[in-house]
Design a protein around this ligand. Structure first.
Ligand code: GN1
Ligand code: MG
Length: 364
């Protein structure tokens, strides 16, 4: 979906802004929401905001998403004030409407929110150095740490069963059965790959159900490009894409950064020889994450860090495969095989993690 300048202007003027709208351009590499960067002239100074449409196919109750986001960012701001001299770029800051709401609706019923744009920082699709990996994992750990004492009621589950791997597997099985667009015949190998690993899918859910792994507030979508790195200091700066911040397991966040941060290739790379887990990146992620979380991780969480990387990679691969079989209805795609390519990179990465599991475990 691409909007005209007039449409963007109309939407953003529902929020309190003191500048004149200049131009809006599509921004970032998200697979779900639509994101724009908007330039304003405010008293002769150029400044930027991010304007984003919540995909209500993925997030059925956008107002719950926004209630979570408002509470979480306010709490983070307090924490950051206490810990850092500079606060402005370390958390998302929401714009508000004159009625005080952090969201607005357009004429078609889409829900939009706007943020202060964070300058001089970048989100990396592929991490370049172990130093970056260390810093990013610290930022994820610090985020979890800061949210441990979020006051008030339990956060909304913005997507129910988001990381419930057995349910993701059931969804795949339903899609195989339905074969809506006739693609099942092309993915026999990928289906076998999943079925060979079926018994492992319930491991974390089971440990959580038994009470050995606690529920925590997590980000739940910690792929590398959802964390900003400061251009100047190289520090992990800010967690973005907060729609899935909700109750979950700490291991989901660690798993997803292992998935996205250790692979030197793009998520939809077609040359699978480029895909694999870089152990030096894993080690840096592990050290950075534990640096911030060792005070609160339980033994069962700690012991499952290596497995989490494998499970979440398998799970996201299952989701890409499911969406491919459903005819590409969830993730944004630019070519007809993109979800299948994404699935294949994930499964190649799972194999690579399996091959290195002993080394990963030895770090514990
Ligand atoms: C989506 O929104 P984005 O692009 O950061 C997805 C994640 C997947 C990821 C795979 C709400 O993340 O769960 O891991 O794509 N987010 C949602 O690239 O489904
Ligand atoms: Mg994102």
């Amino acid at each position: 979906m691409s909007l005209t300048q007039a449409e963007l202007r109309e939407i953003v003027y529902n929020f309190i802004v003191y500048g004149d709208f200049l131009v809006g351009v599509p921004f970032g590499g998200g697979n779900v929401n639509d994101t724009y960067q908007l330039a304003f002239d405010q008293g002769g100074v150029r400044l930027y905001y991010i304007l984003q449409r919540i995909n209500h196919n993925a997030f059925r109750e956008p107002e719950n998403v926004m209630e979570n986001l408002d509470r979480v960012t306010a709490h983070l701001l307090n924490k950051i004030h206490a810990a850092h001299a500079e606060t402005r770029r370390r958390t998302i800051r929401l714009l508000r409407t004159p009625a005080g709401k952090p969201y607005t609706y357009d004429r078609c019923g889409n829900c939009w929110r706007a943020y202060v744009f964070i300058a001089n920082a970048r989100a990396y699709d592929v991490l370049e150095t172990p130093e970056q990996a260390f810093r990013i994992a610290q930022t994820i750990g610090e985020f979890q740490l800061n949210l441990i004492d979020l006051p008030g009621k339990r956060l909304h589950e913005t997507i129910p069963y988001f990381h419930h791997t057995p349910k993701r597997l059931e969804a795949l099985e339903r899609s195989i059965k339905a074969d809506r667009v006739g693609r099942v015949k092309d993915v026999a190998r990928e289906i076998d790959f999943v079925m060979e690993r079926k018994s492992e899918c319930a491991r974390l859910i089971k440990l959580a159900g038994e009470g050995s792994i606690p529920e925590r507030i997590c980000h739940n979508d910690t792929k590398a490009n959802n964390i900003l790195i400061d251009d100047l200091s190289g520090e992990g700066l800010c967690m973005i894409d907060l729609d899935t911040v909700m109750p979950g397991l700490s291991l989901y966040d660690f798993g997803d950064i292992v998935r996205s941060g250790t692979n030197p290739a793009e998520e939809d790379e077609t040359d699978l020889s480029k895909v694999g887990m870089r152990f030096e990146m894993y080690e840096a992620l592990y050290r950075g994450y534990v640096d911030m979380t060792s005070d609160f991780l339980t033994p069962a969480e700690y012991e499952n860090l290596p497995f989490a990387g494998k499970l979440i990679t398998l799970e996201i691969g299952i989701r890409f495969l499911t969406d491919y079989l459903d005819g590409d209805v969830y993730f944004k795609t630019r070519r007809s095989t993109q979800n299948l390519d994404r699935c294949r990179t994930q499964f190649k990465l799972v194999e690579s993690i399996e091959e290195q599991m002993d080394k990963m475990t030895a770090l514990l």
